[in-house]
Design a protein around this ligand. Sequence first.
Ligand SMILES: Cc1cc2nc3c(=O)[nH]c(=O)nc-3n(C[C@H](O)[C@H](O)[C@H](O)COP(=O)(O)OP(=O)(O)OC[C@H]3O[C@@H](n4cnc5c(N)ncnc54)[C@H](O)[C@@H]3O)c2cc1C
Length: 444
Amino acid sequence: MIKKICFLILYFISPALPIIAIYSSNPGYYGSTGFIPMVLGSMAFTWLNMQLILSARPKRIESSFGLDRFYQFHSLMAVIAIVIAFTHKLLQERTFSESFQTKLGDAAIVIFIIAAVLALVFMIDALVRIIKPLQALRVFAQKMNLGKYNMHVLLHNLNVVAVVLVFIHVMLSYSASNPFVKAVYILYSGTAIGFYLYHKVIRRYFLNRKFVVEQVHAESSSISTLILRPEVGEVFPYLPGQFGFLRILSDGISAEEHPFSISSQPSDKKHISVTIKNLGDWTVGVQNIKAGSKATLDAPYGRFSPLKYNCENGIVLIAGGVGITPMLSIVRYFHQNDESQKLMLFWGVNDQEEIICSDEFQTFQEEIQNFTFIPVISKDKNYEGEKGYVTAEKLEKYINLNGYDLHKLQYFICGPAVMQTSILKSLKLMGVNNKNIHYERFSL
Ligand SMILES: Cc1cc2nc3c(=O)[nH]c(=O)nc-3n(C[C@H](O)[C@H](O)[C@H](O)COP(=O)(O)OP(=O)(O)OC[C@H]3O[C@@H](n4cnc5c(N)ncnc54)[C@H](O)[C@@H]3O)c2cc1C
């Protein structure tokens, strides 16, 4: 929490340095007509550079937000920075005529706007879930072969060109004739571009953890587990429930990175696994990956782990479909390390075919003292257990059967967006406090 607050304070006061530097370079001018455009320009300059830093997903900052919330902050702040840049442009236009320097600033704003619109429509699922016409636009673009996520990641890099244009724009400005102001411009833009290069080049080619695919295990007709072994040394420390960005370096599958929850548990230092459902262009090729292929994993990310919270009164895990993967890691962890943990797992699936690792769940039920496993099956009328969806009634029924206090439990939800929304509603109805509810979205 303290890390998060410090980051937010630093983020919001970061324009203060250029504002003070520019103001003190010419208080006569900037103290009168030029003050507001200068302040807006400094804010836009600083916060647009900040977006490059955020897009490098620095682990220390991400770990206090969770990557989905961190990206939401990034998109909101990017839009705010662009609006401020545009207002700065409108106010400056009244004072200065068009010059090469202002044209560079204009070009940067146009690039930022295009990149932001493309990202909001094609890369961020939160808006698309709410605004129906955006969904239709996405489907149309996909049909025209323009909707591929990784093509948009590539287009998103246009922002770097815009940041460079902004840098030249400020360096050509009158304010940069002051050496201290010039140094601040170089410091801010240099840091932003440094973070970007670190993420795109150094982390990707030199720092990512390297693995070898030891086994590709078919869990069902559509789900496979990749068991990876570190190329050298041991598996890095991670918490059960966290995720990473996987890249497979092998012929026959593109080298793009995709996020996956880690399904193994962290006490196994020799192997790490991810369990993947084939849902699209890239994941459909996973079952054809050959043992011996090289892989990299940029991890760990996320806050979706009981080890980050006080869970002494019990944990309720609620999974939908392939949303079971972080739960697998969590249950495996407690099986290995703390068999007395009060643990309930509700797993909503369409039919029994979807229940992977059933033998392992049988073992967990026998060996973890306080483990309750409740599969809930929606499309099999002959199933003898719980049928339909995971609802408030079902949650309350099993919580009461175990004699737990529902207000003192920690709830972890992972599954399709519709299911998450309905479970969140149920938990609110049951009077569960927000701070006891944690969820992982399988989209960013
Ligand atoms: C934190 C997190 C954990 C996840 N854990 C698992 C897991 O354990 N098992 C599992 O089967 N799936 C998991 N997913 C989902 C998985 O990442 C997507 O199913 C996969 O990336 C889809 O790729 P595709 O090209 O096959 O599908 P597409 O049809 O091309 O993409 C479907 C959707 O997946 C998202 N997506 C596609 N490519 C990427 C990418 N490179 N980076 C980010 N998002 C992308 C986009 O929202 C896109 O609309 C997780 C996702 C997230 C965000």
